[in-house]
Design a protein around this ligand. Structure first.
Ligand code: ADP
Ligand code: MG
Length: 254
């Protein structure tokens, strides 16, 4: 990879998607540097899931192309593009215990048994799941299940991780822990991440870069300061809410 390409390891051009007569987005361009996390915010129904599923290779756009490392992967399977899509509902195999759920992708790749054991045990430690290794998903809490799903996704060290509001069903403390864990593990693995959320604070915590999807248009911000300064991102309104609320003043009309 040349240096000039480094800032657009993942590169999307002119992506358009319509369901029936309803356009979701059109002419969408997006870039993501290797090892970076792009946080995308947008209201419910604006097409965030549709976009992530197209980036993952789980759905097809009507037009446009997706490139990774300067190769066209528009038609490639998720496996071929090294992509994993993770949703807020952790989809675990009910008949497998925690250890085997995390080992699943490694077994598919037919890695040696000893290597699989080491990798899964390391992941269990990182996720603080060692004590639960032999439990089945049905006996776990939502937060524990989400950690297992995360472990299974990260165990195969995906190049591209597509996280679709992954923590929105978790309580605030578990959510905060997962955000830190997610940052640590994706950095360790040099994964490139597109993180979709409608939570501004989460976007600011997770993102190296920022984008907003709204009414069929994608807006990429230059940097964190531009994201915070844009009235449409909602960051200023959120800050004003907390400032005025903390001072006992009524929130200002916007
Ligand atoms: P978000 O994740 O931002 O909430 P989605 O990508 O799920 O948005 O949906 C974007 C729009 O596309 C919505 O209006 C939704 O109703 C519509 N949509 C999503 N999936 C389908 C589908 N399989 N068939 C028809 N319409 C869909
Ligand atoms: Mg969605």
């Amino acid at each position: 990879m040349t240096k000039a390409l480094a800032h657009r390891w993942l590169s999307v051009h002119g992506l358009s998607k319509t369901y029936g007569d309803t356009p979701v987005f059109a002419g969408l361009d997006l870039n993501l540097a290797r090892g970076q996390t792009l946080a995308i915010i947008g209201p419910s129904g604006c097409g965030k899931t549709t976009l992530l599923r197209i980036l993952a290779g789980l759905a097809r756009a009507d037009s446009g192309c997706v490139q990774i490392d300067d190769k066209d992967v528009t038609e490639a399977t998720p496996q071929a593009r090294g992509a994993v899509y993770l949703y807020q509902e952790p989809l675990l195999f009910p008949h497998l215990d925690v250890f085997e759920n995390i080992a699943f992708g490694l077994r598919l790749r037919a890695l040696p048994r000893a290597r699989i054991n080491t990798e899964v045990e390391t992941m269990l430690v990182a996720l603080e799941l060692t004590q639960l290794a032999r439990r089945r998903p049905e006996s776990l809490s939502g937060g524990q299940r989400q950690r297992v799903a995360f472990g299974r996704a990260l165990a195969i060290k995906p190049a591209l991780l597509l996280l679709d509001e992954p923590f929105s069903n978790l309580d605030p403390q578990t959510r905060a822990n997962m955000q830190q864990l997610c940052k640590r593990l994706t950095r360790q693995h040099h994964s490139s991440v597109v993180f979709v959320t409608h939570d501004l604070k989460e976007a600011l915590i997770m993102g190296d870069g920022f984008g907003r999807l709204s009414q069929g248009r994608y807006h990429a911000y230059q940097d964190r300061a531009a994201f915070c300064a844009d009235a449409a991102s909602g960051v200023q309104a959120e800050l004003a809410f907390w400032r005025d609320g903390a001072a006992g003043r009524p929130p200002r009309e916007s």
